[in-house]
Design a binder for this molecule. Structure first.
Ligand code: AKG
Ligand code: FE2
Length: 344
């Protein structure tokens, strides 16, 4: 992709850039204990890390480049055409379709978000669910890459979860990978995002502070904008986009399944200090547990089984997702239940 995006190094001086752990996928896959420990510490501390995927077979990075091209193709379609795929009409579970700008809560004028998104169901892409999900023609031109990408990321996710389960000493029958089996139907998805350019006067988050509702998010972007709430600093720190790396963050479900031992990472998307929000593209693979998974701490000698707090009655993963979506849309928003949005 060429001139449409700002270079990752063209940023204001003295930006507070977070120093994330870099996990080598290859080393983790080869069973390196050093890598497994690094991964575990990152998940217990920040809830986010870079996954170095350079050299991964099949060539996932080629697929990543092609998905950037798909994003341009989708978001260049006229709004009237995109609205034929309205996600709220096509998919009550929000696994397929288009969300126009301003439909979610956000911090821009009128309390709105500043991004369009397009969701694609992973099961439909890899033939694990209905393959005839409604979509614009342009998606089919990139289906091979979507398939390669989905399979490669779900394999990487299994590697990560297997490593974490082993460090947590979970029994194989009650492990993290059991509830995230790549061959069992699950509400996983790829979401393409395009943030609109905003004038310098329009400050605030285009994507409000939140934790992701699922288990692992593999994010790809070439542009600044993502910030995480630093575990130590308590300040919003910028995540530097790095070519060849996925930025992987933990979501609520891993936190709930380990009684908060593993940390879900609070994040948001903002304009750089002193800069106007530029047009920005990102996309992510969202890994979630199978629907019937009960959101309670798994048995690990490292995890204390705490009290079930108010509003935390043992829901299934599917129920948890419904609650979280209602918050993101602002349908059930109130101060008392804001924890649902910003971290379970
Ligand atoms: O666009 C980004 O960098 C972050 C997107 C995000 O947080 C999300 O889709 O949940
Ligand atoms: Fe997110």
């Amino acid at each position: 992709m060429t001139s449409r995006v700002q270079q990752a190094d063209d940023v204001p001086d003295e930006l507070l850039v977070t120093q994330l752990e870099i996990i080598s996928y290859e080393a983790l896959r080869d069973g390196s204990e050093v890598e497994a420990t690094k991964l575990f510490n990152a998940c217990c501390h920040d809830g986010i890390f870079y996954l170095d995927m350079v050299g991964t077979e099949p060539d996932i990075l080629k697929a990543v480049d092609d998905i950037y091209a798909l994003e341009q193709g989708i978001f260049d379609l006229p709004e009237e055409e995109l609205m034929q795929y309205d996600i709220d009409v096509l998919s009550p579970r929000k696994l397929n379709g288009y969300k126009p700008i301003g439909r979610n809560r956000g911090e821009l004028t009128g309390g709105k978000d500043g991004f369009q998104s397009y969701a694609l169901p992973k099961d439909g892409i890899v033939n694990l669910g209905p393959t005839d999900f409604k979509r614009p023609q342009v998606v089919d031109n990139h289906m091979r890459s979507l398939r390669t990408f989905s399979l490669a990321v779900s394999t990487a996710a299994t590697t990560i979860l297997t490593s974490l389960s082993s460090t947590l000493k979970l029994s194989p029958l009650d492990s993290l990978q059991t509830s995230h089996c790549p061959y069992v139907a699950s509400p996983n998805l790829i979401r393409l995002l395009k943030y609109a350019a905003q004038p310098l006067s329009e400050r605030g988050s285009s994507h409000i502070p939140h934790t992701d509702l699922g288990s692992l998010t593999f994010l790809f972007t070439r542009q600044y904008g993502l910030q995480i709430l630093g575990a130590e600093s308590g300040a919003w720190e910028w995540v530097k986009p790095k070519a060849g790396y996925a930025t992987v963050n933990l979501g609520d479900c891993l936190s709930l399944l380990t009684n908060k031992f593993l940390k879900s990472c609070r994040h948001r998307v903002n304009a750089l200090p002193g800069r106007a929000m530029e047009e920005r593209y990102s996309f992510a693979y969202f890994l979630r547990p199978q629907d019937e998974t009960v959101m309670r701490a798994l048995r690990s000698p490292l995890v204390s089984v705490g009290e079930v707090g108010e509003g935390e009655a043992e829901s299934t993963s599917a129920e948890w997702m419904q609650r979280k979506y209602a918050m993101l849309r602002g349908e059930t928003w109130n101060e008392k239940s804001s924890w649902i949005l910003t971290g379970a």
